[in-house]
Design a protein around this ligand. Structure first.
Ligand code: ZN
Length: 319
């Protein structure tokens, strides 16, 4: 049994199979996506992004979403998230459950906190995004999916620069009122810093009391794990991460992507916070997936390994 020095536990949403793969240029086969998800579940993942219901012409990597979902293990202790950018996405998410099939469990909706980013990415202003998400959340709930929403570009916009925290808080309040069961604050382009995380979380909590908050960080500028820790200190208990740090940043082509699940699990478990993951299994999954995509993944712990596994700590070979 693990001794918990700090107490409490962190819930991790594994986004590798969706956010992580979405920026991969080479198509990953459906079989490899399913095998990746199965390995992540075996390593301890209980909530996973598994597909994005986007236009397959725009995002060919996500074109096999329905096929991936149909092949997933039907486990009662696992929640599958389908990303929905519009009403059509929610309808596709609902359709995965037709005919008594397992399908996805959660509709992960997305609201962009910047007019310019929203228009370029989804052809929507913030106001249009709000209206669309209200309907999407309602449809998801009525269809039996957990309605949740990610506020993207919450820490900065690649076109407009800083995003006013008061705006993000107001959007969160609107989404809570529209029935979101969870609201994620996403640093989509990886510009946030720990002090900003603390401030934004406190503003959002004031504006939308009672709704569960989640945070999504990218390690684009090396602040990912520090931001995750700041979020924990600010009371966030659900964080997104991807195996190996899979997932790039379309606005910083040479940069790494999401914070790595291995790095997050290492930092939190060694701080006495349970995550439910086996770090050994994650590292093994990382090394397996490297053989599938033919390159090393950016995760630091994936490369360096677990400290506990070294002779120095176990005493093996120590003088
Ligand atoms: Zn991401």
């Amino acid at each position: 049994m693990r001794e918990l020095a700090v107490g409490g536990s962190l819930s991790v949403v594994e986004v590798g199979a969706r956010d992580g793969l979405q920026n991969e240029k080479e198509l990953v086969t459906t079989a490899d996506k399913v095998a990746l998800i199965v390995r992540l579940i075996e390593a301890g993942a209980r909530r996973l992004e598994v597909a994005s219901f986007v236009n397959p012409a725009r995002v060919p990597q996500m074109a096999d979403g329905e096929a991936v979902i149909a092949a997933l293990p039907d486990r009662a202790d696992v929640s599958y998230i389908g990303l929905c950018l519009n009403k059509r996405g929610v309808l596709r998410a609902l359709a995965t459950r037709e005919g008594g099939r397992r399908g996805v469990d959660e509709a992960g909706c997305v609201l962009v906190a910047s007019d310019t980013f929203g228009q370029r990415n989804q052809g929507q202003t913030i106001a249009e995004g709000l209206a669309a998400n209200r309907e999407m959340l309602r449809l998801a709930r009525e269809g039996g999916l957990v309605p949740q929403v990610t506020i993207s570009a919450a820490f900065g916009c690649p076109f407009e620069g800083p995003v006013p925290p008061a705006r993000v808080a107001a959007l969160a309040a609107e989404m809570a009122e529209a029935g979101a069961e969870e609201i994620a604050l996403a640093d989509t382009i990886g510009v946030g810093v720990p002090g900003q995380v603390v401030d934004l979380v406190s503003l959002v909590r004031e504006a939308a009391p009672g709704v569960r908050l989640r945070a999504h960080f990218h390690n684009t500028r090396g602040t990912g794990i520090a931001n995750a820790w700041a979020a924990w200190q600010a009371g966030i208990r659900v964080l997104d991460s991807s195996l190996g740090g899979l997932g790039g940043c379309p606005f910083a082509p040479r940069a790494t992507g999401n914070i790595a699940t291995e790095d997050l699990v290492y930092a939190f478990e060694r701080s006495g916070i349970a995550t439910g993951f086996s770090l050994e299994a994650l590292i093994a999954a990382n090394h397996w997936f490297e053989t599938r995509i033919g390159r090393a993944l950016p995760s630091a712990v994936g490369r360096a390994g677990d400290f506990r596994a070294t002779g120095a700590e176990t005493g093996a070979g120590a003088a």
